[in-house]
Design a protein around this ligand. Structure first.
Ligand SMILES: Nc1ncnc2c1ncn2[C@@H]1O[C@H](COP(=O)(O)OP(=O)(O)OP(=O)(O)O)[C@@H](O)[C@H]1O
Ligand SMILES: [Mg+2]
Length: 257
């Protein structure tokens, strides 16, 4: 559903955050990006909806003309929900008003000045219901716990009725038990709504639990790409420490020493 061809990113100042990368994201699957801090996870996620403009290469979306066309990019962004680690809610707004912001892409510019229409309200309340927060719809976001705020962020992405959700460390600021529950929720709502999920995570256990596919990044380069079920300790070492997996001969030599 999404194809990155020869995509790289060098930020101003010369930091090469992502080397030339080819990647195809299959629809309906959960892909998790793993890698140490600075590996390029956020950069590649943001290249996927051109929030970061790649220095080289192209991003193609199934069913849409080239994203270079403004209309096409707007449509891609409308169909792509984003979930962030921090600062994703307007804290003085109610949960519902935050979720209604997910509908903005479907409205005309002036609609933000008038009360929400019934369709947007129904879709937003349904999204809050899906994350178990219908009862908190009229509570201010700053009165909610961190886990509840993340769930409102997920509801806002859902209200967008997206085909794809890009989630950048969606559970990083939560305690382990809450992180687990929120990740389960995110996975479930994506499954139930037929949404493709690409997420970056720092928690390897959660990644292996929820991902169909793991993409390991190190120094702006894909160093692992395969089914989550096949990830070995050696693969994780390669991703996080840059140590290649020992070969059979290496292991024999180590045993002989
Ligand atoms: N806007 C920017 N301007 C300049 N350099 C940047 C910018 N954003 C990221 N970088 C650099 O690009 C590299 C990759 O950053 P990126 O944020 O993609 O990593 P990450 O894998 O998401 O890390 P983390 O796990 O800490 O979120 C880093 O060296 C970072 O300092
Ligand atoms: Mg990041």
């Amino acid at each position: 559903m999404l194809e990155l061809t020869d995509v790289s990113k060098t930020y101003r100042g010369g930091v090469q955050a992502l080397r030339r990368t080819d990647l195809v994201i299959q629809p309906g699957k959960v892909t998790v990006l793993l890698g140490p801090s600075g590996a390029g996870k956020s950069t590649i996620l943001r290249c996927m909806n051109l929030l970061v403009q790649p220095s080289t290469g192209t991003v193609r979306v199934e069913g849409l003309p080239a994203l270079a066309a403004r209309r096409s990019l707007r449509e891609h962004r409308r169909l792509t929900g984003m979930v962030f680690q921090h600062h994703q809610l307007i804290l003085r707004y109610t949960a519902l008003r935050n979720v209604l912001l997910g509908r903005v892409g479907y409205q005309r510019l002036w609609s933000v000045l008038v009360p929400p229409n019934k369709t947007d309200l129904r879709i937003s309340l349904d999204a809050l219901d899906q994350v178990g927060l219908l009862g908190k719809a009229l509570d201010r976001a700053d009165s909610l716990s961190g886990g509840q705020q993340q769930r409102v962020g997920i509801a806002r992405a859902l209200a967008q009725q997206p085909r794809l959700i890009l989630a950048d460390e969606p559970v990083a600021s939560l305690d382990p038990a809450t992180a687990r529950r929120v990740m389960q929720l995110l996975h479930r709502v994506c499954q139930e709504n037929g949404i493709t999920l690409v997420a970056s995570l720092h928690q390897v256990d959660l990644a292996l639990e929820h991902a169909d596919r793991i993409i390991g990044l190190a120094h702006g380069e894909v160093v692992y790409d395969g089914p989550a079920a096949d990830v070995s300790d050696a693969d994780l070492r390669l991703i996080y420490e840059g140590t290649p997996a020992p070969t059979h001969e290496d292991q024999l030599a180590a045993a002989a020493r």
